[in-house]
Structure formats: structure tokens, C-alpha cells
Ligand binder design. Structure first.
Ligand code: R5P
Length: 291
């Protein structure tokens, strides 16, 4: 028990200095609970407001895809350059060092693979997400797909479970087989995720992306998609950030690049410093040629 006698009187009231009431830097996130904000502020850099998430969760639907055959050799060296890692619990436990110190966007939904039909998914126990200290729960949402209702129920359930423990949810807009990746579809899918409680939305770049970003009331991160030439991928990232994305959640365009370590640094230059694609590509080549 602390001493009750001889303590200094409290005098430093500074009643002429108003206590600051600061807003939170992320779009649509000001009313969230402290733990949610803390987790989001570990994912998104509070200075730039942006994030570079490294996605390597592809194995859960695709198996050992190119660049992910030996994640211990190809992914682990990239982790230090990422603001956040997006992966399955299997990858996390088997190859990610617990000392990496990066927030984890946990692949929280799982189900069918590319060999059958995608998107017939369930979600895992929230205790598992807490056990591995997840900072974000990533759930596939397939608007317009045959499994639309299942995936929206999964999102709703995840938001409910995560909210109990202060863990935000990432709505990942999946593209149904008959859907076109245009602004009309992606803005609807993104908005459906946000309206159902997603705290962050991941979607693809398209013509008219600024409309997708403007009509989504929470931060959007850009999914990279299939491998492009490095300069094209940097241009896509630049345009997305310029048009309102709060970062990228990129996989193949980083780990399948000619030099993945150089590429993730070039992507960082675009996302955090708004470096032009040409300058970021110069950086990519400089770093690549240094080896
Ligand atoms: C897709 O379901 C996975 O969540 C991937 O993480 C996502 O597509 C991002 O990876 P990529 O940039 O390779 O498209």
C-alpha cells in the first residue's frame, strides 16, 4: 500500500490549458473504441495515413503458387519492409518469426479452393485470432456471387466477434465469376462491406477508382491482383493512392517481382511518400542493381 503521509499536494492543474480532444486520422474511424484505434494505428502509419500490407495468404485457395513455394525463403526477408502482414494462421505459425513485430491481418475466412468454386466459406473461432494477437480479421465478401449471402453472414459474424475484443475487420471484395471489375461493381461491393461493419475494405483498381474510394466511408486498401510489369504495378499503386486509397494490400506484384525486396521498397516510396511511378521505378532498379 502506498504511503498515505508526506505526499506532495497536487497543484499542477493548469486549468488555463484545455485538454486536447483529438480526432482519429483514419476515415470513418473516429467513433471506434480505443483498442480498435490502437490496432488500426499499428497498421496505418499515423504520419502518412497509409499502409503497405504484404499479402501472402494465397495458399489457402491456390496451394503453393509461384513465389510462395518456400515462404520461409521468399517471404520472411520481405516482412521487415511491410507495415502489416496478411496471411493464414498456418503460414503465421510455421514461417513468421514471432519476433517480427508486425501487426497481422489474419485470413479469417476459409472454404472452397480454386479447384471447385470459390467463396463457400466459414469463419474461425475468435479465440484463435486473439491467441495469435491478430490486428485485423480478413473476410472474403462475394457480392453478386452464388455465395453472396454466406460471405456477408461471415462478415457480419466477424464484425460482431471482433468488436467484442477490439479487433477490426477487413472486408475483402471477391469478384464473382460473372462480375466485371468496374467502378459500378467495386463501389457497390466496397460499400456493402462498409455498411455491414467492415472497418477497412480491400478492393481492386479500376477506371473511375476515385468514385469507389469516395463512396466508401472507411479506408480502402488496394489488392494488387495478377503480376504486372513492375512499372505498371507502381503506376497502379500511385493512381490508387492519388485517387483516395489508404494503402495497398499487395501480394503477387511484390513476391513475384524480379527483385521482391527492391519492389516492396519502391511500393513504400509510392504509398508513403507519393513518389511518382517513374522515380519509384528508378529506385527499384537502383536497389536491384546494388546486389
Ligand atoms: C485473395 O484472396 C487474397 O486475399 C490475396 O491476399 C489478395 O488477392 C492480394 O494479393 P494479390 O496482390 O496477389 O492480388
Amino acid at each position: 500500500m502506498p504511503d498515505m503521509e508526506g505526499n506532495k499536494d497536487a497543484k499542477q492543474y493548469q486549468s488555463d490549458v484545455a485538454q486536447k480532444t483529438e480526432g482519429f486520422f483514419l476515415k470513418g474511424s473516429n467513433s471506434l473504441e480505443w483498442g480498435m484505434k490502437d490496432r488500426l494505428a499499428r497498421i496505418f502509419n499515423p504520419v502518412s495515413g497509409h499502409t503497405v500490407m504484404l499479402a501472402f495468404d494465397h495458399g489457402y485457395i491456390m496451394g503453393p503458387t509461384s513465389g510462395l513455394e518456400r515462404m520461409d525463403l521468399t517471404i520472411v526477408p520481405l516482412i521487415e519492409y511491410a507495415d502489416c502482414i496478411m496471411c493464414t494462421r498456418g503460414a503465421l505459425r510455421t514461417i513468421v518469426p514471432p519476433t517480427a513485430g508486425k501487426p497481422v491481418s489474419l485470413r479469417y475466412s476459409a472454404g472452397t479452393t480454386v479447384l471447385t468454386e470459390l467463396n463457400d466459406e466459414c469463419v474461425m473461432d475468435i479465440e484463435e485470432a486473439i491467441r495469435i494477437n491478430a490486428s485485423l480479421l480478413a473476410v472474403m465478401v462475394a457480392v453478386g456471387d452464388r455465395y453472396e449471402a454466406i460471405t456477408i453472414r461471415n462478415l457480419t459474424r466477424t464484425v460482431d466477434l471482433g468488436s467484442r475484443f477490439g479487433i477490426p475487420t477487413l472486408g475483402v471484395t471477391a469478384i464473382g465469376k460473372d462480375m466485371t471489375r468496374d467502378a459500378r461493381y467495386l463501389s457497390m461491393a466496397s460499400r456493402v462491406c462498409a455498411e455491414n461493419g467492415a472497418h477497412v475494405v480491400k478492393t481492386y483498381y479500376c477506371d473511375g477508382f476515385e468514385k469507389v474510394a469516395a463512396t466508401c466511408p472507411v479506408p480502402i486498401v488496394l489488392a494488387g491482383g495478377k503480376k504486372l510489369p513492375e512499372l505498371d504495378a507502381l503506376e497502379m499503386a500511385y493512381k490508387a493512392i492519388d485517387q483516395g486509397a489508404a494503402g495497398v494490400d499487395m501480394g503477387r506484384n511484390i513476391f513475384q517481382a524480379g527483385d521482391p525486396i527492391a519492389m516492396i521498397q519502391a511500393v513504400r516510396a509510392v504509398v508513403h511518400d507519393m513518389e511518382t511511378p517513374d522515380k519509384a521505378y528508378d529506385l527499384y532498379n537502383t536497389l536491384k542493381n546494388q546486389k
